[in-house]
Design a protein around this ligand. Structure first.
Ligand SMILES: *Cc1c(COP(=O)(O)O)cnc(C)c1O
Length: 355
């Protein structure tokens, strides 16, 4: 299929919607999937079949190459329902671009816009009533792709499945979190796959995160692989600090380039803050907390938008951050994005993709 050829999507509607069984006032993250999913098959250089089918199990071979050699990538996006019933997805074009960067790094095929964005639009038209409308709720969208060749041997698979599943998620009130600065384990190194959203990056984080949990911290603050001196990111979110009058975030190919981070940095610039994307050393952060120049610190990601950080542990010492109520930048960002995504204020940046 060439880039210009329009893809046709076959639709097989469910005979039995599960919608009436769902308690929308009591949604647990990632537990209940919407009625349909999009499944696209790639074989031997071509996308050969794209269909929207009832959500359900898929058959896999025990020799499925993704299971053995890890060609597996994903995205996380949210869709929202406005008061008038309009369904809007937040910046899916950025997720599509990032997905294809992840794919390229893992020697997987790129997914064309027709399938990723076009398929998502069609899926949400069909599962429109699964997008919850209560204040603070959203439809979490999970596109992913994995290698499906049924053969052992380390080589790029000749076949892949691209799938989109979605699930309604409840209002996400995130409590402030504590982070442990990780000075032994490493998430990503220069030249590695830190910038890609591939499954292996999460598997490797589980053990060190459990150790941090055992010490009483919610998550890890990853540092650079070479020296453990520079801050990278948190478990599944980017880190942003307000130091003096500047809004600062670590930069480089060892971190995931979050859509939320990009959005927040753009807002900060618009609002007249001085913005810096650069290396931030752990020492700069600790010194700044001690002398009061670090006034805000938060994790940024699609799941919770902003999660305030209230405590940082480094080399056996705990450092407390200022009261949440005093953090005017991050609180303003959260308020602004909440209004924007539910269509309550003008979308001056064109970030809402209307289905
Ligand atoms: C998904 C993710 C983020 C946040 O990215 P968003 O596009 O803002 O959701 C940050 N770090 C890691 C490791 C992630 O997996």
């Amino acid at each position: 299929m060439s880039a210009t050829e329009k893809i046709s999507i076959r639709v097989e509607p469910t005979q039995q919607s599960r919608l009436s069984q769902v308690d929308f006032n009591n949604l647990k993250f990632g537990q209940i999937m919407s009625d349909h999913m999009l499944v696209a098959e790639y074989n031997n250089g071509k996308w050969i079949d794209v269909s929207i089918v009832p959500y359900g199990d898929i058959n896999i071979s025990p020799s499925l190459s993704a299971l053995h050699y890890g060609q597996s990538i994903f995205e996380g996006i949210k869709g929202y329902k406005f008061a008038d019933g309009t369904v809007s997805i937040f910046r899916p074009d950025k997720n599509w671009e990032r997905f294809n960067k992840s794919a390229a790094r893992l020697q997987m095929p790129e997914v064309p816009e027709d399938i990723f964005i076009g398929g998502l639009k069609k899926l949400l038209e069909i599962d429109n009533s699964w997008v919850p409308s209560l204040e603070g709720t959203a439809l979490y969208i999970r596109p992913f792709m994995f290698a499906t060749e049924a053969a052992l041997g380390v080589h790029p698979s000749i076949s892949y499945k691209f799938i989109i599943i979605t699930c309604p998620v409840g209002a996400y009130y995130s409590k402030p979190i504590s982070l442990k600065v990780e000075t032994h384990y490493t998430r990503a190194a220069e030249g590695g796959v830190g910038f890609s959203k591939n499954a292996g990056n999460y598997a490797l984080s589980l053990y060190p995160t459990q150790l941090a949990n055992d010490e009483g911290y919610d998550q890890i603050m990853w540092t650079d692989a070479a020296e453990h001196k520079y801050i990278e990111e948190a478990g599944t979110a980017n880190l942003i600090f307000r130091i003096g009058d500047k809004i600062i975030t670590p930069h480089g190919d060892t971190i995931l380039h979050g859509v939320t981070r990009r959005t927040i940095m753009q807002l900060a610039e618009e609002w007249g803050y001085e913005v810096e994307q650069r290396k931030v050393s752990v020492q700069e952060l600790i010194d700044g907390i001690k002398d009061g120049r670090v006034t805000e610190a938060f994790a940024a990601g699609t799941a919770a938008t902003i999660t305030h950080i209230d405590r940082i542990g480094y080399e056996g010492q705990d450092y407390k951050l200022p009261a949440i109520e005093s953090r005017d930048f991050s609180n303003k960002v959260l308020e602004y994005l909440n209004q924007l995504r539910y269509g309550k204020i003008e979308d001056s940046f064109g970030w809402n993709y209307i289905v």
